[in-house]
Write a protein that binds this ligand. Structure first.
Ligand SMILES: [Zn+2]
Length: 111
């Protein structure tokens, strides 16, 4: 039961372009279905979706209380980049999804 890698590769870019819209529930039903189905069978894209999900929750936390000061946004962006790098390194090394602890928004500083 080999997975059809070429078919998967074909749809991966399509899915990744739509992961954000998918998480926002902005896709129409058939497309959302396609993405959902693909995420279920493609680990790479599911990983991508999980990363986006994490980034989005961080951003939401950062934005929700009040318009965040630019410094906070910068810091969050930097953390996201760091997390992306860490994840890339981690998945290159072992394939473990070790992002969650890397991204932690300090909730204290609001001036
Ligand atoms: Zn994929």
């Amino acid at each position: 039961m080999g997975t059809d890698a070429s078919a998967l590769e074909d749809i991966c870019p399509f899915v990744r372009e739509r992961v954000n819209a998918f998480l926002d529930h902005e896709l129409d039903e058939p497309t959302a279905d396609l993405v959902r189905q693909h995420l279920a069978e493609c680990e790479d894209c599911a990983d991508e979706a999980a990363t986006w999900d994490l980034i989005r929750s961080v951003l939401k936390r950062a934005y929700r209380p009040s318009p965040a000061p630019p410094s906070l946004i910068e810091r969050v962006t930097a953390q996201i980049h760091a997390a992306e790098k860490a994840e890339a390194a981690a998945s290159a090394a072992s394939g473990s999804p070790g992002v969650s602890s890397a991204v932690d928004v300090p909730s204290a500083s609001r001036s």
